[in-house]
Design a protein around this ligand. Structure first.
Ligand code: UDP
Length: 405
């Protein structure tokens, strides 16, 4: 099939770890690669956010990336992109109306991409599949006044869910959130993200470490809701172990990053500054080396729409201690592939970590089960197959007569 992916702020070619560059970028890149490997023709449309970007570029994995002119050709925070979505959709419409490449289905990632996809899809007769990646209702609940999303986000997300041809949720928790938002269950299909089982595997080089000091790894964009503060507080109750934090700006810029400074200050206050190390952004292809160096991965977010890092660790044969939120409740099987703890609870996290780090046999059991689960249930080939079925279904029932002049 000819498949268009829209990922307005998250380019599959971006460097990860920055404030707006994380799981969605990885998801779109890996899914597109897996669909190409299965014989599909994939184009990813993302916003042109630098002057030196070509209009189209071919990714090494065989999909094409199209840099759509919408707003200034410079980085813009994703919460400030809404005014540029009209331009984005007009550009898509013009391309698909007159072009020689018209998609049979468009898969939108994030709500703003959905708006652009729906407008262009309506005008050109292309069915729309929507994946939210994150929901405004959940963000508002946890971030309150700190949530910088546009005020109409939640309303748009509800309308999108009722208007698109299919909503693809990534976990059971998201289904519940969407139903509460007012999206009918009948419009949804659950297809979890996958994990790259070549990049993330138990065998391979690992980053150096002190042999006698247990290593706790935690990975993610350096934003508050990822719960790094909880991890640092917990470290005070887990003597001897070291904590490595991967993500954020490149290492050279950590000194000036306000949140990184806050984390370092907190480590000082908790008396663990010598056992907490921030390494900054790590290129995706090097992530496996970091996972393999760890005894346990901690994922301690307040909420998590899906959460790729626990799955990546599992695929490397590393047990996970995660908070019982969002997608982590599906990927981590409590007491089998890792432990689930309540969010924002350093004591509970420390208790789980202390017990697991002190029990080599249980770590081995979790690691084996985690690897098996990642391989059996979360390959990108499986996710791409299931999504290709969804695409074929919506394309089969979609009526070109719905084209709006
Ligand atoms: N990541 C990376 N380098 C970093 C930090 C993160 O490649 O320095 C990747 C990580 O391996 C994962 C993604 O960024 O694939 C983060 O995805 P997740 O779903 O955990 O969180 P999100 O950023 O979507 O909130």
């Amino acid at each position: 099939m000819r498949i268009a992916m829209i990922s307005e702020h998250a380019s599959p070619l971006a460097v990860l770890g920055g404030e707006d560059a994380g799981g969605q970028n990885t998801h779109v890149a890996e899914l597109s690669a897996a669909l190409v490997a299965a014989g599909h023709d994939v184009r990813v449309y993302t916003r042109r956010d630098a002057v030196d970007l070509p209009v189209t570029a071919r990714a090494p994995d065989g999909y094409e990336v199209v840099h759509v002119p919408a707003g200034p050709a410079e980085p813009v925070a994703k919460d400030a992109l809404l005014p540029h979505m009209r331009e984005f959709s007009h550009w898509l419409t013009a391309r698909w109306r007159g072009g020689d490449w018209v998609p049979e289905v468009v898969h939108a990632h994030f709500w703003m991409s959905g708006l652009a996809a729906l407008t262009a899809g309506r005008q050109t007769g292309v069915p729309v599949v929507q994946t939210y990646h994150a929901l405004g209702t959940v963000k508002k609940r946890y971030q309150g006044v700190q949530d910088t999303s546009p005020a109409r986000r939640i309303g748009y997300e509800r309308e999108l869910g009722r208007a698109v041809d299919r909503v693809v949720a990534q976990c059971r928790d998201e289904v519940g959130e969407l139903v509460r938002l007012g999206v009918p269950r009948s419009r949804m299909t659950v297809v979890p993200s996958g994990v790259n089982l070549d990049t993330f595997a138990p065998l391979g080089p690992a980053v150096e470490r002190e042999p006698d000091r247990p290593r706790v790894l935690t990975v993610g964009r350096l934003v508050e809701r990822k719960g790094f503060q909880t991890v640092i507080r917990a470290m005070a109750l887990v003597p001897d172990a070291e904590c490595v934090v991967v993500g954020g700006p490149p290492a050279g810029l950590l000194e000036t990053d306000p949140y990184a400074r806050r984390l370092r200050a907190l480590a000082g206050t908790c008396g663990v500054a010598d056992r907490v190390r921030l390494v900054g952004a790590v290129p995706r292809e090097e992530m496996g080396r970091w996972y393999r160096s760890a005894d346990v991965l901690v994922a301690a977010p307040w909420y998590e729409p899906f959460g790729l890092t626990p799955l990546e660790a599992m695929a490397c044969g590393v047990p996970v201690v995660g908070t019982a939120v969002g997608g982590i409740r599906d990927t981590v099987v409590d007491g089998v592939t890792g432990d689930l703890v309540p969010a924002r609870d350093p004591q509970a996290l420390a208790a789980a970590l202390g017990s697991l780090l002190g029990d080599r046999i249980r770590r081995f059991g979790y690691a084996t089960a985690a690897l098996q689960r990642a391989r059996r249930s979360y390959s990108w080939a499986t996710a791409a197959d299931r999504l290709a079925e969804v695409y074929a279904e919506v394309a089969a029932v979609h009526r070109p007569s719905r084209v709006v002049a």
